[in-house]
Design a protein around this ligand. Structure first.
Ligand code: CA2
Length: 149
């Protein structure tokens, strides 16, 4: 049984509340429904986690691997651009991690155009809105237990 975590970092609990012009008008609960509708319980178990705290995110992803997790989709929020600790935690995992950004970070302010966490991930999807999470989930469903590609 595949076990996939969808992890969202700081402020993503505010999705749908503010800045709809950048992040859309849907909430984190809408995202969960969208992803749950993509899988049957026999196909994969999805676990959702959001935190505004760097250490909690690090504890969750390492605990998820210890708990027989198969893959992770992560939107580290602004920690993408600042957290060497989160990058180290991702790099220390043996399961595949896909980084997702709702907005296209390469079209935004310069400070957002560099991801510290991306080099530790198998791939990055940026700018496709919630569809990026679905694409990441499709990738993991197809490629878990296989070589990247
Ligand atoms: O585009 C993304 O998904 C980001 O990871 C979102 C982060 C931002 O710091 C990254 O540069 C790109 C910010 C998430 C904040 O989300 C909010 C949503 C609604 C209201 C307030 C914040």
């Amino acid at each position: 049984m595949k076990k996939i975590a969808i992890v969202n970092g700081p402020n993503l609990n505010r999705l749908g509340v503010r800045e709809p012009e950048i992040y859309g008008s849907k909430s984190l609960a809408d995202l969960e429904t969208q992803l749950l509708n993509m899988v049957t319980p026999e196909e994969a178990e999805l676990e959702f986690f959001q935190s505004n705290h760097e250490g909690s995110l690090i504890d969750f992803i390492s605990g998820f691997e210890d708990d027989n997790g198969s893959g992770i989709i992560i939107n580290p929020g602004a920690l993408t651009h600042t957290s060497l600790a989160l990058r180290d935690a991702i790099a220390g995992l043996s399961l595949p991690v896909v980084e997702v950004h709702i907005s296209n970070i390469y079209r935004r302010e310069q400070i957002r155009q560099h991801s510290l966490t991306a080099p530790a991930c198998v791939g990055v999807i940026s700018g496709l809105g919630f569809a990026g999470y679905s694409a990441a989930l499709n990738y993991l469903l197809e490629h878990l237990d296989q070589e990247p590609g």
